[in-house]
Design a protein around this ligand. Sequence first.
Ligand code: THU
Length: 163
Amino acid sequence: MEKKQISFELSIYEDVSELSQSEQKLLHAAEQARENAYAPYSNFQVGAAVLLANGETVIGSNQENASYPSGLCAERVAVFQAGARYPKIPLKILAISARSKDHLVDLPAAPCGNCRQSIMEYEQNQKSPIVILLKAEKGPIYKCSSMADILPLAFNSSFLGDS
Ligand code: THU
């Protein structure tokens, strides 16, 4: 029997001023995008902004529905939009900003499992990592170097065979 340790490096920043100018700008775009969240059921508002290799920024926010599972997270709204508008352009950084209308969120909310799975496929296809920047309304900023880091043992199309 063999045991394997799987770990990843999480960078934790106390303040946005510790980030690069482009990271700060992207986080700000995610915060602005959050204002357009449609979240009347959860009151949990999430904004996402993706920086593409061509310099474009694509945003998204969570969009809920009276039929709850029909809604979509901010991350997938942004990344799917990036895929639809710029299909061949790699995604460099995904910034995510979350807040609640009901309580103070002071720790970054990381992408849900469905978003990790969806975004992982873009990362694998482009063969370069997508950096993930996370921030709540208050508190630290988390930076992960890739989606693979936070989705170990990911399922992918290779398991489906050659066809
Ligand atoms: N949500 C996101 O948009 N991103 C996340 O990473 C976690 C959750 C949304 C989905 C739903 O609209 C609300 O937050 C509460 O789960």
